[in-house]
Design a protein around this ligand. Structure first.
Ligand SMILES: C[S@@+](CC[C@H](N)C(=O)[O-])C[C@H]1O[C@@H](n2cnc3c(N)ncnc32)[C@H](O)[C@@H]1O
Length: 291
C-alpha cells in the first residue's frame, strides 16, 4: 500500500519539492546548531534509563541526526506526510536504524499512555491552529512518562512588539541598503517588527495580520517608486502572491505562551539562541509533565 503510494508521481513531485526547498533552509526555519545542543542536553538526561524512547513530532533532520548518534535510543517519528518525511530523511547526514516512522496525526497520537522518556519538536505547534493547542498539549502529556521530559521550540511575538518599525523606515532602509533584504533572516526580522504597527497584531486572537501588512507594505512601496521586482524582494517567502493568500499568522505573546505551557507542564529551563536578531522568534522550553 505504502509502496504503491511512494511510486505515485504526485507524491514523488511533492517529495522533490520539499527536498529542494529544505536543502537550503536556514534557521529559524530549521534549528540552529546551538538549538540542537539544547535538545541534546535533554537526551543526555534519559540515556541511563532502561530502553529510553524518544518521540519526535515532525521529521526535522537536524534533530534526527543528533538522535542517530545514540544507538541505544528508540526513536519514533510521528508525521502525517510520507513525502515530506522522505524528503527530510534524504537530508539527514546519518542513517538511523533505530528510527521508526508512525504515519499519523499529532492530534490523534496513537500511543499508549506513558510510552516515552522524551519528546522533541521544532515549530510543531506553529502548524497547528491555536484552537487545537490544548488538545496537542494534552496528547503530548499523556504519552510522556511522569518523570519524562518534553522540549518544545515555540515561536513568540514579544520581542518584535517591543521593537517598533514603520512602513516608512522599512522602505527608507531598502533605498539605503537593498543588500540587507537579500538575507532572508533580515526579511523575517524586519517584517515581524511590523507587528508593532497599529492594527497589525491582535492581542485577543494572537494573530499577526500578515495579509494586511503585506498589502500595506506593497501600497506604500509602490507610492515610494519601488518596482514590482523590488517589492517582491521585501518579503521572505519566494512568491509574493502566496504571502497574500496566507491566513493571518497565529503567533503568541510570551505571556500567553507560558501560561498555556504551565497549565500542563513544569518549565525547567528555557533557551534562546542569538545567531541573528531573528532568533528571538524561538524560545526553547525544557519541561516535565504535570501529572
Ligand atoms: C512544515 S514541515 C517542516 C519540516 C519540519 N522542520 C519538520 O519537523 O518536519 C512540518 C512537518 O510537520 C508535519 N505535520 C504538520 N502537522 C501535522 C500533524 N497534525 N500531525 C502530524 N504531522 C504533522 C508535516 O507533515 C511536515 O512533515
Amino acid at each position: 500500500m505504502l509502496k504503491q503510494k511512494i511510486d505515485n508521481p504526485v507524491w514523488q513531485k511533492k517529495e522533490e519539492w520539499w527536498y529542494n526547498v529544505w536543502k537550503n533552509v536556514e534557521p529559524p526555519f530549521c534549528p540552529s546548531k546551538r538549538e540542537v545542543m539544547f535538545y541534546e542536553k535533554a537526551v543526555k538526561k534519559i540515556l541511563k534509563r532502561k530502553n529510553p524512547k524518544v518521540l519526535v513530532l515532525g521529521s526535522t533532520p537536524e534533530i534526527r541526526d543528533m538522535l542517530a548518534k545514540y544507538k541505544k535510543l528508540g526513536v519514533y517519528i510521528i508525521d502525517a506526510d510520507v513525502p515530506v518525511y522522505r524528503a527530510m530523511t534524504r537530508l539527514m547526514k546519518r542513517n538511523n536504524k533505530q528510527e521508526k516512522l508512525v504515519i499519523s496525526d499529532w492530534l490523534k497520537m496513537p500511543f499508549e499512555n506513558d510510552s516515552f522518556d522524551l519528546s522533541l519538536s521544532h515549530g510543531a505547534f506553529s502548524v497547528i491552529r491555536l484552537k487545537n493547542h490544548e488538545k496537542l498539549y494534552k496528547n503530548i502529556k499523556r504519552v510522556i512518562k511522569k518523570d519524562g521530559y518534553v522540549v518544545m521550540s515555540r515561536v513568540n511575538v514579544e520581542p518584535f512588539l517591543k521593537e517598533p518599525i514603520s512602513f516608512k523606515q522599512i522602505i527608507d532602509k531598502y533605498k539605503e541598503d537593498p543588500k540587507y533584504f537579500k538575507n532572508f533572516q533580515n526579511r523575517i526580522y524586519i517584517l515581524y517588527q511590523l507587528t508593532s504597527q497599529p492594527g497589525l497584531y491582535n492581542y485577543k486572537t494572537q494573530c499577526f495580520k500578515y495579509q494586511a501588512m503585506a498589502r500595506k507594505l506593497k501600497d506604500y512601496a509602490k507610492k515610494q517608486g519601488l518596482s514590482e521586482k523590488q517589492i517582491k524582494s521585501l518579503y521572505f517567502t519566494p512568491d509574493f502572491d502566496t504571502n497574500l493568500k496566507c491566513d493571518d499568522t497565529e503567533i503568541q505573546t510570551l505571556k500567553r505562551l507560558k501560561t498555556m505551557i504551565k497549565k500542563h507542564f513544569i518549565i525547567k529551563e528555557t533557551y534562546q539562541d542569538a545567531y541573528h536578531p531573528v532568533a528571538k522568534i524561538f524560545v526553547h522550553f525544557l519541561c516535565q509533565p504535570r501529572k
